[in-house]
Design a binder for this molecule. Structure first.
Ligand code: ATP
Length: 284
């Protein structure tokens, strides 16, 4: 038996940090949605009780550090599954990019193994399992569009944003999410994005307002560490994106574009600046 799952990339339309908690985590408020740029995960039963990971991408760990491996081990242990699985990750989402590629792979592995092993785990329980693997995993389990609070695990699904093009560019640097959160001084944040403003824009399906409500408090930290990310944002603005934001802790920057005629010009302009550029649609 074999199953396949798609693991799409996530972008934050807004990312706010309210304060640092006593347990060391940050209390966040994020509006998240998915884009049509996805890894493809194949899961196949093995006769031996073991987990094997492979991938065409040479730059991710294939051992217990891989989040798909961790997801498989967690579900096996929790549900006492004595079968093995071979998991192949066809990576399309850039790694350490702020697009939650690893988290989405973990979520897709939970969904896929639930089917492969006929475990009948409900989506809330799958989200709870996901929360043990990482803050972005619960959102990736169900996908769609949602507001995430707490450390990212308290999810409230909302309707889809107005459809548009999303042009993503990743400069050739790897950003550590931990380092960015570590350098963030929550008390010193100068401008908080308006989560309620973004929610209203989505509810009212107002693309222009959605673009003007984009905001991410991690931008300043990543921009200070890597000035080329700020430059990339400026380039996207000059190329005519309707709204531009860094995703997660970066370094990927995305531009929202309503007119298809602008997309090719932006794509080509950005390719002169960095190698990894994608033009996709929102997954609505
Ligand atoms: P987030 O925004 O959730 O922090 P990210 O997009 O910044 O995610 P990932 O692509 O998830 O970052 O990669 C973060 C780290 O996780 C990398 O250092 C990578 O080696 C490791 N990793 C573990 N499993 C995977 C996986 N399945 N795919 C990609 N990276 C993985």
């Amino acid at each position: 038996m074999k199953v396949f799952e798609k693991a799409p990339a996530k972008i934050n339309l807004s990312l706010d940090v309210l304060h640092k908690r006593q347990d060391g985590y940050h209390e966040v408020e994020m509006v998240m949605t998915m884009v049509d740029l996805a890894d493809r995960i194949e899961m196949q039963e093995l006769p031996r009780d073991t987990i094997i990971i492979s991938s065409q991408a040479g730059y991710i760990p294939l051992d217990e550090k891989n989040l798909a491996f961790q997801a498989a081990r967690l579900i096996k242990d929790r549900y006492d599954v004595r079968q093995g699985v071979y998991i192949h990750l066809d990576k399309k989402i850039p790694v350490a990019a702020g697009l939650a590629g690893g988290s989405s792979d973990a979520a897709a592995t939970l969904r896929g193994l639930n089917r492969l092993w006929r475990l009948n785990i409900g989506s809330e329980e799958l989200q709870r399992l996901g929360a043990e693997l990482g803050s972005d995993v619960p959102f990736c389990v169900t996908g769609g569009t949602a507001v995430a609070r707490g450390r990212g695990e308290k999810l409230e699904p909302i309707e889809s944003p107005p459809q548009c093009w999303v042009v993503l560019a990743k400069p050739p640097i790897n950003v550590s999410t931990q380092e960015v959160y570590g350098k963030l001084d929550a008390k010193a944040i100068r401008r908080h994005p308006s989560t309620s403003g973004m929610l209203a824009a989505i509810r009212e399906k107002r693309f222009d307002r959605m673009c003007s409500e984009l905001g991410n408090v991690l931008e300043e930290v990543t921009f200070d560490l890597y000035p080329e990310v700020r430059q990339l944002k400026e380039v996207m603005q000059r190329l005519g994106a309707d709204g531009v934001l860094m995703s997660g802790s970066g370094p990927t920057v995305f531009g929202l574009v309503s007119k298809e005629s602008k997309v090719a010009r932006m794509y080509n302009g950005l390719r002169g600046f960095c190698k990894e550029v994608y033009a996709v649609r929102l997954l609505t």
